[in-house]
Write a protein of this length. Sequence first.
Length: 470
Amino acid sequence: MAAAAEPRPARGMANHGIAQVEVDGSGIPSLFTVPPSIVDLLETSSSVLQRDTVEECLPFLNGDEHAGKCNQHGIPRLDKQRHVKFLQKQLGKLPPQMTAADPSRPWFFYWCLAALTLLGEDVTAYSKRLVETVRPIQNESGGFGGGFGQQSHLATTYATVLALMLVGGEGAYDVIDRRAMWKWLCSLKQADGGFQMVVGGEEDVRGAYCASVIISLLGIPLELSPDSPAFVAGHKDLFSGLGEWVGRCQTYEGGVAAIPGIEAHGAYAFCALGCLSILDSPHRSIPKYMNVPQLIAWLSSRQYSPEGGFSGRTNKLVDGCYSHWVGGCWPLIQAALSGPSSSEARSADQQDAYSGSLFSRNGLIRYILCCCQDQTLRGGLRDKPSKYSDAYHTCYVLSGLSSAQHSWTLRASRPSGSTGGADEWDAMPYVEDEQIFNEDDRIGTTHPVYVIPKHKVEAAWEHYASKTGF
Ligand SMILES: [Zn+2]
């Protein structure tokens, strides 16, 4: 190990609640303006790639690649118009090289509609077109495949359901066969409490999250059908044993793996926390099934300097999409630590200790705006400067930007021990640090659990609650 550089002297200090972080005059924490203070002298293929990535990002972070188009904090504008055009194009006819992505069509619907919504676009006009496109890909046995004639899969069903909720309206809500969906979900529920992604296929933490979101949004009854593999093993409902199964995916590093016993990964951490926040309020369910201090240590280690973005795994590189997968964990962790803000039972420690941010929001915002915007005419957002934009990264980079620009509070939790009811969440612009982006570049908000706007979640609940039975 060797000291690489002396940090620049701090001109100001910002209180982040957890620790003091030095901030220079530009509003950027100095951690992100100097090379790493400790460098491992043992060269490996990972350390070479990491060094190359820092070198690739620095000209963008320093504003050299933005040709004088930065604000006084050295941050370029969010080019909303170009990104909107890119997303609209992705919802049209795609070129022949996209044929291999055909089974992922529902994902394109979700990524584009969710990102357009975050950019302030009204997507209800897509409703009729979306309903007619997804109707033939719904299987009579329940769920949606990736295209016509394809087997139902939890990932494509999740994406289809969210896309339908985004466009909203009776036609979109009622195209879903909820009875068949219930039957199909029962067939995916396993004896060990988890969910397979597809009948006879892999069981992993994506299944736990996708199934919980679908069950919760659509108001699917929890009762298990007697022919479910889980019923035969003694489970009585779709959620029983699920928290325990998710808890087993936490690894020795503190992060969460796809299945018990393999490597921790940022996207699976989000799936685990999202699932647990559906099973019960996060301040009860997350500490019940996870070692929270270890999880925080692992999540904190995902933010790199000087890049400011998040990596998905230990010794891997920053990538824009983890702005959501890792960035989206923080509001749920914050709620797990602080509990509902309305609760009189909160201790003084809970009131004070976590009032700041658990990660550097300005570090992440700088990475996103400087490194993730595709600067060609194409528009859209990307993994890092050497990559092209795509619909997936555009969606999840914007979702990460939204959670860095806002703070979510668990205002009120559902009653303890209840099987129904919902938590109430509130989003507010985050104002505790110096704002480094232009106010016009603030984007919309997305529910921290369901990753569609809160009012779209509430509209879906209201619609399905009005139904008697299926
Ligand atoms: Zn990525």
